[in-house]
Design a protein around this ligand. Structure first.
Ligand SMILES: Nc1nc2c(ncn2[C@@H]2O[C@H](COP(=O)(O)OP(=O)(O)OP(=O)(O)O)[C@@H](O)[C@H]2O)c(=O)[nH]1
Length: 487
């Protein structure tokens, strides 16, 4: 055959090949387009997700309304997140007077055991119309100066604690300082690497032991020790080991991937994925969602409050922060800075002011200005349990005179392991904790405290702190946590 003929044959073969490939591609494309893929469906669902209405987003934050409310969530005003218009500074003094009165009234009731019986006759005799409260220059045109009339509620307490002050919102030009907030969806995915770095040693060692063939008593002991060292606590460790032993004895695990799958499912189960981890932060009909943030100072309370405010603002919510941690003046400054960075309001007082008064003022200001959520950062001195009980109990009582407390978040520092649990127990005895924020999980391999805290308190870990950055707060998801653990 001539060269020309060979070339012709090669050309025909090439054309045939191209036609075959094109045909196959077209055929496959047509197949995909006929049946919408799972991915498409998921994306569509993602689009349709209401980012404020109590969704259960994968790796996103979930907000819901407190149980006390019956009405559906208030439709969001305008979802322009950071451009929150901070209301003008209004009559701080009179509001305070009320707050102080309330606070003192609550105080007068009795330290430990509460009974907010209002207007006891003797209270009325505190006729002194609060001296420094009646500062004439501050008296606002619209609001009457403190009435001389013997109105029991307004009668000022003598030991007037520092007045709460609604912070001057950043002056108009300073509004530009408001920061960009990192997207809240997929937060945990972005922080997963950080979580894995700190936690994966535990998982690796467990997988090594489980996947290593026959397990003798020594191996089981090692598994137990690994879990205990990672701070899972004896009760949860026993529960996990018992389940693992039963499954392995049943002969269902023959390969390493099977061992991994078993470990994964047992660990996830132990984290109670069924618990409601949504943050009860959505407003009620007439009142904002109210969250109290409690915990020992230094655990990351203020930082977590600020981070949570950012998430809410990014979700289109109007937020007010109450700086009721008056133990350290810097704590209020710190909170104010967080608020200014996202354009939230702050109500604060001077160092040593009565935390309950600030909490009261925060909520009343929040109601007055129609914010969606008020987050009160409380003081957490663990001086004595009675002292703490008095302080937090009073804060809660005083707030509840105006709006239900939807969420009490306990902030725990993961790096302090068992001590965190001791703190958790004390706080749980003092207030009804509804959720835990576990901070500094990026700095410890002892993330096992998550298991223990949930087991002991019976409340879910809802949020985790994974760094000092403003957006290093993520929702806690058992599956993602265990995946990070197993590397
Ligand atoms: N690595 C890391 N550091 C954190 C995390 N959360 C908070 N911190 C740091 O922990 C320190 C204490 O945080 P604060 O928010 O001031 O703690 P606090 O409980 O409010 O304590 P006071 O300010 O004394 O009231 C700060 O340096 C924070 O940056 C976290 O998730 N990871």
């Amino acid at each position: 055959m001539t060269t020309g003929a060979w070339i012709a044959i090669a050309a025909v073969v090439a054309v045939l090949l191209v036609a075959l490939v094109v045909g196959a591609v077209l055929y496959r494309r047509r197949q995909v387009s006929l049946a919408p893929s799972d991915k498409t469906t998921t994306e569509a669902l993602g689009e349709a997700k209401d980012r404020s209405g109590g969704y259960k987003a994968e790796s996103g934050f979930s907000f819901s309304q407190g149980a006390t409310a019956t009405a559906p969530p208030k439709p969001k005003p305008e979802p322009v997140a950071p451009k929150v218009v901070v209301p003008p500074i209004v009559e701080p003094k009179v509001v305070e007077a009320e707050a102080e009165a309330e606070a003192v009234e609550a105080e007068a009731i009795e330290p430990g055991v509460v009974e907010p019986t209002v207007a006891e006759p003797e209270v009325a005799e505190t006729t002194v119309v609060e001296p420094e409260v009646a500062e004439p220059e501050v008296a606002e045109p619209g609001v009457e100066a403190a009435p001389a009339a013997p109105e029991p509620e307004v009668l000022a307490p003598e030991p007037v604690t520092e007045p709460a002050v609604v912070t001057p919102e950043p002056a108009a030009p300073a509004a530009a300082v408001i920061e960009e907030i990192a997207p809240t969806a997929g937060r945990l995915d972005r922080l997963r690497g950080r979580l894995a770095r700190s936690q994966s040693a535990v998982g690796k060692s467990l997988l090594g032991l489980l996947g290593g063939g026959d397990l003798d008593e020594d191996s089981w002991e090692e598994i137990e020790d690994t879990l205990l060292i990672a701070d899972l606590g004896s009760a949860v460790t026993e529960q996990i080991v018992t389940k693992l032993r039963a499954e392995i004895a049943g002969g269902s695990v023959k390969t390493e991937p099977q061992a991994r799958a078993l470990l994964r499912s047992v660990l996830i189960d132990a984290l109670h994925p069924e618990m409601d981890r949504s943050i009860k932060a959505l407003p009620h009909d007439a009142t904002p969602g109210v969250l109290l943030v409690v915990g020992v100072n230094g655990t990351g309370k203020t930082t977590s409050t600020g981070k949570l405010a950012r998430v809410l603002v990014a979700d289109g919510r109007r937020v007010l922060l109450g700086a009721a941690d008056t133990f350290r003046a810097a704590a209020a400054d710190q909170l104010q800075t967080w608020a200014e960075r996202v354009g939230a309001e702050v109500v604060r007082g001077k160092e040593g002011a009565d935390p309950a008064a600030i909490a009261f003022d925060s909520v009343s200001k929040g109601i007055e200005t129609g914010v969606d959520v008020v987050i009160v950062d409380t003081a957490g001195r663990l001086h004595t349990k009675t002292g703490l009980m008095d302080e937090l109990g009073k804060v809660k009582r005083v707030v509840e005179k105006q709006a239900p407390v939807d969420e009490v978040l306990l902030v725990l520092d993961a790096t302090i392991g068992q001590n965190g649990l001791v703190q958790a127990r004390v706080f749980a005895e003092v207030v009804d904790i509804t959720g835990v924020v576990l901070t500094k999980l990026d700095g410890t391999a002892k993330g096992g405290i998550v298991f223990q805290v949930q087991h002991e308190l019976g409340v879910p870990v809802k949020l985790v702190g994974l760094g000092e950055g403003a957006d290093d707060l993520a929702p806690f998801e058992p599956e993602a946590f265990v995946d990070a653990l197993l590397g």
